[in-house]
Design a protein around this ligand. Structure first.
Ligand SMILES: [Zn+2]
Ligand SMILES: [Zn+2]
Length: 831
C-alpha cells in the first residue's frame, strides 16, 4: 500500500506550491468585519539593508505563529509588513557603490520581499508600504505642520550630539555611552539650529500610563520610566554675596537644605568668570573649566575622578543665612537642571567625597534615630530618611513630612518654588542628511519661519541629485529644491534642507497599515478605529527608549490632532531575545553570521521556522547550533514518513468513534492526542512558549510510532490514528505551515489549514486514569495517594518514611506492602 515515491519529502516543491497558492489567492488578506473580533499582530518592520538575517527570521516566525494561531481561533487577523526605508545606510551604500539611495533601497526591498515570502509568513501584502515613498511621508509632513501650529514643534539653537562618521545630529536616545548608536563612533558636542518635537509636553502622561501597560515587559517599562526620569523637588535661589545675582538650584532633597556646606557649578556655567572676578582666583577657575570642557569631549563626566576648584565667591543659604562657598566641579552637568547644585556632604555620597577631598565642613541635619551621627566620625554619607536636626523650625520632623513643609515655606517666603523636573528632553528630529523626509518649512528673511501651505504638500525629496562622497546633503546646494517663494510675502525664501529623523516614520506606520491606500488623508477613521491598537507587538528590546517611546508619544499627538481615538499604540509587547552564535551576537565583523537563505535552500523554510521556535523561549537568547537544525529537519521527515506510510489507514478510517470502546493502546493514543491539544493551546495562548508546545508535538509523534510501528497494525483503531494525525497537523500548522497543509490535503481534506478551526480538547479524554493508593501502616489507614498509572516510587517512599517503617497499600485490587527501614525503601511487593 506504500508507494516508495511518496516517501520523498520534497520540501522545496511543497513550499513553493503553498507559497504560490497563498500569494495567488490572497489567503491572508484582511478586511474590516464588525462581526468578528479583530486581532492586530505586528512585528517591527525591517530596514531594507539587503537581506534578512536570523534576527528577522526569529522575530517574524514568532509573529507568524501567533497570527496563524489567532486566525484558527476565529479572530479577524491583520498581519501587515512594510519597510522602514529612509536612513543613512542607503546613502552610505550609494556613496560606496556609486548607485542612488532610492535605487539601492527599492532593489533591496524587492529582494527581501522574496526572502520573506519564501519563509511562508502570512502577511497581507496588499498593505505593504515603504516609508520613503511620498504617498507615505507626505502625511508625516502634514503632521509636522499641524504640530507646528499647536506649538509641538519648534526650532532652537542648542548643543547637539554630532556624529562625524554619520555627518549628522543624533537624538539623545541615539547616543549610547557617548557613542553613536549606528556607527559606534564617539559623539561630539556642537552648537546647531534644529527642529524639535515637544515630547516633554507628554512626559507626565507617558510616565503615568506606564503603570497601565500590563502587557509590556517590566524591564521595558522600567527603562522608559528611568529615561523620562521624573523628579519632584524645589527650586531655591541662593543670593550671591557681593553681586546682584541669585544662583538657582533644583533639589529633590529639600529636607537637607540646612545641611548645605558648598555649592558646585558646571564648568560651562556662564557666570564663572563673573563669580571669580576680583577674588584672585580668576586664572585658576578659567583654566580648570577649560580643561574639563575639553576632557568631556573624550570622556564621560561619570568616568572622571571628581575634582573642582573654589571660585573665591560665596552665596547665602536663604534658609539660615549661612555663607556657602561656590566651587566649580567636573561632575555637574550643564545639560540638566540649572547647572548649579547645592551640596550636602552629610547626606549625599558624591558631595561627601568631594568635601573630604577639599576639607569642606560636613553638617549633619538628618538623624537616623536609634543612633547619633557625628559629622567628624562619618565615613560615608547618610542618605536614608530620618529626623531633622539643626534645621531651625523644622527640627524633629520626619524627612518625608519635612519635604513638603520646607517647599511650602520657600514658596511663602519667596525663596523658591516646588517643581517637577524630567530627565526627558525634547526630541531633536533634524537630520543633516539627504535620504529622509524633507521638513516642510520655509525660511523668509522678512517673515521668519513659515510652514509649507498644506495644498503644496508633499515636499518631494528630489531624486535627481549628485551624492557627495563626503556625506554632505546635496539638498544644501540644489537650487531647484531650496529656492522657493515665501508663502506669506511672496519674496525669495529658502526651503529647509534638513530631513526628519527616520524614527518619525516608524512612529506611526502601524496606523497607516490600517489604510495604506487612503488618499484623502493620513488615516481613515473607520479603519484605524476598527484595527487599532496593535494587540501584539513583537520586536527587539534595543528599541525600548527609542522607537517604543516615540511611538507612544506620536500616538498621543495623533489623538490630540483628532486622527486617533486611542492613547497607547501597543497593548501587548514581546521583546524577543537575540540570536547568538559562539556566545556572541551574529555580526559580519565577528564572522559568525548564518545566512537564512542558505538554510532555506538546504533544509526548507519549515525547518528553519521550527528550529528558531524550538531552540529557546522567545524572550530568551537563541544560541545557534547546527545539530538543532538537523533535529528540526529530522522531526519533519518523521512526520512526513509516518503520514505517507499510513495513508490508506488514515484516509479510510471511519469518522467517529466511542472512546469508551477503545482498547488500551487506543485509549492511550486518544488520551495523548487530547493532552497535546490542551498543552499546545495553553503554551501558545498564555506564554508563547512554542518550544514546549513543539516538545509536546514530538511526544505525540513518538506515541504514533510506538503504538503503531511504522505501519499501523490492528493494535490501534485507524480512527484513533486519524484523530491523532489530524490534531498533529492542525496544531503544528502555525509553525510549519507548508508541510502541514500538504499532508492535510494528502490525507483527504479539502479545506485549508490556514482557515481551519483550532481543535477543542475533551477534558474527559485528556484525563489520566488516576488511581488511589491507600497507604496503611500497621494495619491502619494513614494516607491516600493520588498517583498516575505506574507506581510512583518517590511518592510512596516519602509517604512511608513519614508515616512509619512498614506500610501496606492497595493499588486497584492488588494489595502491596512497603517495608521501610529508616531512610531507605527496601521493597515494594505484592502481598
Ligand atoms: Zn554615527
Ligand atoms: Zn516672507
Amino acid at each position: 500500500m506504500t508507494n516508495p515515491q511518496n516517501l520523498k519529502y520534497d520540501f522545496a516543491a511543497i513550499e513553493k506550491k503553498w507559497r504560490t497558492r497563498w500569494l495567488g489567492r490572497k489567503t491572508f488578506k484582511a478586511g474590516i468585519d464588525p462581526d468578528r473580533p479583530k486581532y492586530y499582530l505586528l512585528e517591527m518592520f525591517p530596514y531594507p539593508s539587503g537581506k534578512i538575517h536570523m534576527g528577522h527570521v526569529r522575530n517574524y516566525t514568532i509573529g507568524d505563529v501567533v497570527a496563524r494561531y489567532k486566525r484558527m481561533r476565529g479572530y479577524n487577523v491583520i498581519h501587515p509588513m512594510g519597510w522602514d526605508a529612509f536612513g543613512l545606510p542607503a546613502e552610505n551604500a550609494a556613496i560606496k557603490h556609486g548607485t542612488h539611495p532610492a535605487k539601492w533601497t527599492h532593489e533591496n526591498i524587492a529582494y527581501m520581499k522574496i526572502q520573506l515570502q519564501r519563509m511562508g509568513f502570512s502577511y497581507d501584502w496588499d498593505r505593504e508600504l515603504a516609508t520613503c515613498n511620498s504617498d507615505y511621508y507626505r502625511w508625516e509632513q502634514l503632521f509636522f505642520i499641524k504640530m507646528f501650529d499647536r506649538g509641538l514643534v519648534y526650532q532652537k539653537e542648542t548643543k547637539v550630539n554630532w556624529c562625524e562618521g554619520c555627518q549628522t545630529v543624533l537624538a539623545n536616545e541615539q547616543v549610547i555611552d557617548n557613542l553613536c548608536w549606528r556607527c559606534d563612533r564617539q559623539v561630539e558636542s556642537r552648537l546647531m539650529t534644529g527642529w524639535f518635537f515637544k515630547i516633554t509636553d507628554y512626559a507626565e502622561e507617558l510616565l503615568a500610563e506606564c503603570d497601565h501597560l500590563s502587557g509590556w515587559p517590566e524591564k521595558v517599562l522600567t527603562m522608559q520610566r528611568n529615561w523620562i526620569g521624573k523628579s519632584v523637588g524645589v527650586e531655591v535661589e541662593f543670593p550671591v554675596e557681593g553681586l546682584d545675582r541669585k544662583l538657582s538650584i533644583f533639589t529633590t532633597r529639600p529636607d537637607t537644605i540646612y545641611g548645605v556646606t558648598f555649592m558646585s557649578l558646571a564648568p560651562e556655567h556662564p557666570w564663572l568668570a563673573e563669580l571669580a572676578d576680583g577674588t584672585g582666583r580668576e586664572t585658576e577657575v578659567a583654566e580648570f573649566a577649560a580643561r574639563i570642557i575639553a576632557a568631556k569631549r573624550k570622556q564621560q563626566p561619570g568616568e572622571m575622578e571628581k575634582e573642582g576648584v573654589f571660585t573665591g565667591r560665596y552665596c547665602l543659604n536663604p534658609f539660615n543665612g549661612e555663607r556657602v562657598p561656590i566651587y566649580v566641579a567636573n561632575f555637574v552637568l550643564i545639560e540638566y537642571g540649572t547647572g548649579a547644585v547645592m551640596a550636602v556632604p552629610a547626606h549625599d555620597q558624591r558631595d561627601f567625597e568631594f568635601a573630604q577631598k577639599y576639607q569642606i565642613p560636613v553638617k549633619v541635619v538628618i538623624q537616623p534615630g536609634g543612633r547619633e551621627l557625628v559629622a567628624a566620625d562619618l565615613t560615608e554619607a547618610y542618605v536614608d530618611p530620618g529626623i531633622l536636626t539643626h534645621s531651625g523650625e523644622f527640627n524633629g520632623l520626619a524627612s518625608e513630612a519635612a519635604k513638603p513643609a520646607i517647599v511650602a515655606h520657600a514658596e511663602k517666603k519667596g525663596l523658591g518654588r516646588g517643581q517637577v523636573n524630567y530627565r526627558l528632553h525634547d526630541w531633536g528630529i533634524s537630520r543633516q542628511r539627504y535620504w529622509g523626509a524633507p521638513i516642510p518649512m520655509i525660511h523668509c528673511e522678512n517673515c521668519g519661519v513659515r510652514p509649507v501651505p498644506e495644498a503644496d504638500l508633499p515636499v518631494v525629496l528630489p531624486t535627481e541629485v549628485n551624492i557627495d562622497p563626503s556625506g554632505k546633503s546635496p539638498l544644501h546646494t540644489l537650487e531647484s529644491f531650496y529656492r522657493v517663494d515665501c508663502p506669506a510675502c511672496g519674496g525669495q525664501a529658502r526651503r529647509e534642507t534638513d530631513t526628519m529623523d527616520t524614527f518619525v516614520e516608524s512612529s506611526w506606520y502601524f496606523a497607516r497599515y490600517c489604510c495604506p491606500d487612503f488618499s484623502e488623508g493620513p488615516l481613515q477613521k473607520e479603519a484605524v478605529d476598527y484595527w487599532l491598537p496593535v494587540d501584539q507587538y513583537i520586536g527587539g528590546v534595543e528599541h525600548a527608549i527609542l522607537h517604543l517611546l516615540y511611538s507612544r508619544f506620536f500616538t498621543k499627538v495623533l489623538r490630540d490632532l483628532g486622527y486617533l481615538t486611542i492613547s497607547e499604540p501597543f497593548s501587548n509587547l514581546l521583546t524577543q531575545g537575540m540570536v547568538i552564535k559562539d556566545g556572541a551576537k551574529m555580526s559580519k565583523s565577528k564572522g559568525n553570521v548564518v545566512d537564512p537563505n542558505e538554510l532555506i535552500d538546504r533544509y526548507g523554510a519549515d525547518t528553519v521556522r521550527l528550529f528558531s521556535l524550538f531552540a529557546a523561549p522567545p524572550e530568551k537568547e537563541l544560541e545557534w547550533n547546527d545539530q538543532g537544525v538537523e533535529g528540526a529537519s529530522r522531526f519533519l521527515y518523521r512526520i512526513f514518513r509516518f503520514v505517507m506510510s499510513n495513508l490508506e489507514t488514515i484516509r479510510n478510517a471511519p469518522a467517529g468513534f466511542d472512546p469508551e470502546l477503545l482498547n488500551e493502546p487506543g485509549r492511550t493514543l486518544h488520551r495523548k492526542t487530547h493532552q497535546t491539544i490542551r498543552k499546545v493551546g495553553t503554551d501558545i495562548e498564555t506564554r508563547f512558549h512554542f518550544n514546549t508546545a513543539i516538545s509536546a508535538l514530538m511526544e505525540l509523534t513518538n506515541q504514533l510510532f510506538t503504538l503503531t510501528g511504522d505501519v499501523a497494525d490492528e493494535q490501534v483503531a485507524p480512527e484513533v490514528v486519524r484523530e491523532a494525525v489530524n490534531a498533529l497537523l492542525t496544531l503544528l500548522s502555525p509553525m510549519t505551515p507548508h508541510l502541514c497543509e500538504e499532508l492535510w490535503q494528502t490525507i483527504g481534506h479539502t479545506t485549508t489549514l490556514a482557515r481551519q478551526t483550532w481543535p477543542d480538547f475533551n477534558e474527559e479524554s485528556a484525563r489520566e486514569d488516576e488511581i488511589t493508593i491507600v497507604l496503611q501502616v500497621n494495619g491502619k489507614v494513614r494516607s491516600r495517594l493520588q498517583v498516575a498509572p505506574g507506581i510512583n516510587e518517590e511518592n510512596l517512599k516519602e509517604q512511608a518514611l513519614a508515616d512509619g517503617n512498614v506500610g501496606k497499600f492497595t493499588e486497584g485490587k492488588t494489595v502491596r506492602k512497603v517495608i521501610v527501614v529508616p531512610n531507605k525503601l527496601i521493597n515494594i511487593v505484592a502481598s
